[in-house]
Design a protein around this ligand. Sequence first.
Ligand code: 3H9
Length: 708
Amino acid sequence: MSNELSAAGEADLGEAMPEVLRVWRDGEVAVFEIDNPPVNATSQSVRRALLDAVQRAQSEPETKALVICGAGRTFTAGGDISEFGKPPREPHLPDVINRIEESAKPVVVAWHGTALGGGCEIGLGAHKRIIAKDGLVGLPEVKLGLLPGAGGTQRLPRLIGPVAALDLIATGRMVGAEEALRLGLVDAIARDDLRAEAIELARGLIGQMQPRLSLRNTPAAEPEAWQAMVDKVNREARGRMAPQRAIELVSQSLTLPFSIGQPNERRAFFELMNSEQSRGLRHLFLAEREAGKRPELAGVTPRDVRQVGVIGAGTMGSGIAVAFLDAGYKVMLIEADDAALQAGLDRVNGLYLRSIRSGRIDENTRLARLANLAPTTEMGRLAACDLVIEAIFEDMGVKLELMKKLAGLLSASTLIATNTSYLDLEPMADALPAPERFLGLHFFSPAHVMKLLEIVRARRTSHEALATALAIGRKLKKIAVISGVCEGFIGNRILAKFRAQCEFMLEEGALPREIDAAMEAFGLAMGPFAVQDLAGLDIAWARRKRLAATRDPNERDVPIVDRLCELGRFGQKAGKGWYTYENGRRVPDPAVESLVRAHATATGRRQRSFSAQEIQNRVLTAMVNEGAKIVGEGIAARPADVDLVLVNGYGFPNWRGGPMHHADMLGLAKIVVIAEETAARDGQAFSVAPLLKELVASQGSFAALNGG
Ligand code: 3H9
């Protein structure tokens, strides 16, 4: 029988605080339930209440064991991110956890939902851990550029061994109940009723001496396995500091007592907390959660979408179909004829077979997902869809034809979306009887993998259509960012300026390999010329030829890519492009370098050498300047939305927080100086964004425009 004891959560400064810990007793077991919505973060009030409750329990004769659990949908998501970067307030989580571990009465932690970061560390301080069947546990601090700061790097290796501990800490991945049990991270998986079973477990421990993890030795690692894990972490760290510090601290758990390891961990935690990398990653965490919040959409109910039609089963269309199938939608895949449809189905199957090979899904999942796919060449069947997305050839004439057809076919409630990457949405909207139900859903290839979704709002797109698109984005587990209509929307518009600046530098004396090396050192996975080789230069060439007739003759244009294509250098698939490929390895090609040099000299521009720093500054300035125009024109609602697009769709290093955040870190005044130099040299190709100048004049920053 349960009896309510008290509610805690009183503040140390006499402020009125919500009750964040409910306390009751079940016989001799005191139950402490953390109740701090939305995710039970271990905020100061929670730490205070938990510490007081654990201490009080020590002197209560009727309490013989303790259970700590969480209210609502999750145990706890860990440290309160809104407190990060501010002076820490007592009691500190490591002290609370040490007190739990030292409890003379056994403590059991019951994990449900997610037990993350500090929430996992509370469990490591307890004497036994039990998890719900669908519970997840992990130390994801590394994703915020941090490390566990409440004993996690020292207790976890003592519990599950250093190799598995380093894996979890350095990747930040969450593990499910079965894996947690296999690793020894939990003592039991609840069969049915987590709370009741946790209380039973605690009752069974009454009167026994409880082992403390901090006093245990870390089990020795198999040297080869340890080295392999260290190598993997180093390889995957790619400029990020936190995983490398994780290696250091987990190693210390093997050789140093907890009393030294823990303060070392705490120091590393605060060093990382103050690092630009962690600031960048925390900025993105908050930006992701803000992106879908639009004041104009508050209270707008999204439409219910179940059946989706995808027109065009090429690379994009089949990837989009798989993205929707994976999220549980029914999908109708449309092609013009049987051969094209079969090729599309082969692509869809190929994607699923690859997922099976990589262990992401099993055969039953593949079959279940394919059961929701209806391939057809009959456009008329689209009438049954709630949403229709076109992913056909990128040509306005062809798209307008299709829109006219759809206008006569679809029911009055169907949402219509285009996956265009560049084209203007307004003429397409004009071709439809209900333009308020039309918008862009710009997926990135491969569409079932890439996290970014640009939702393009045309002039007449309704709030309901936008709210529905955002809800779809969430269901697809994408990071959805709303963009207005302009050439290339947010991402490709910035990419075009970035690429142009790289090509301008070629005309001024830089070489492709120098630019790629500088940008890879900055943190891009691949430099811009290597990326073009991967994508295929012929695509850009075809587009250039298409646009040639309408190109402004005064616009600065660098035709080197045309010369490469004329020589059949279409990129990796041809074995040569900006580079030559030998057994898949890219090698700078003297022939390309002479071609670049010859063209550069012929332009009559002054030739000089570029430092990596100068290349990075120029590229970043071009991106930030265009980003500022995009925000200034209202195409993106916030600078943080621009950051989300560049990080999630274009490989901008996440630990730099995106170009706009990074520019704030560098100081906007510096960016404006470089932008003005560029404009002075190249007035036709570059103009300084008015917003950038305004912010510098008012000593403002992009951060101030993010709100939230
Ligand atoms: C840590 O623990 C350090 C310790 O080692 C040592 C300390 C000394 N704090 O994501 P959602 C908010 S570091 C404060 O949309 P979901 C979030 O902003 C921490 N707030 O829900 C949002 O607010 P709003 C290590 C937090 O269901 C709301 O909760 N832990 C925190 O898709 C809902 O969030 C992590 O890194 C937080 N820790 O996903 C876990 N977490 O409604 C980070 C969330 O105003 N969190 N909020 O927009 C997550 O991964 C996901 O939020 C979670 C839920 C999986 C928990």
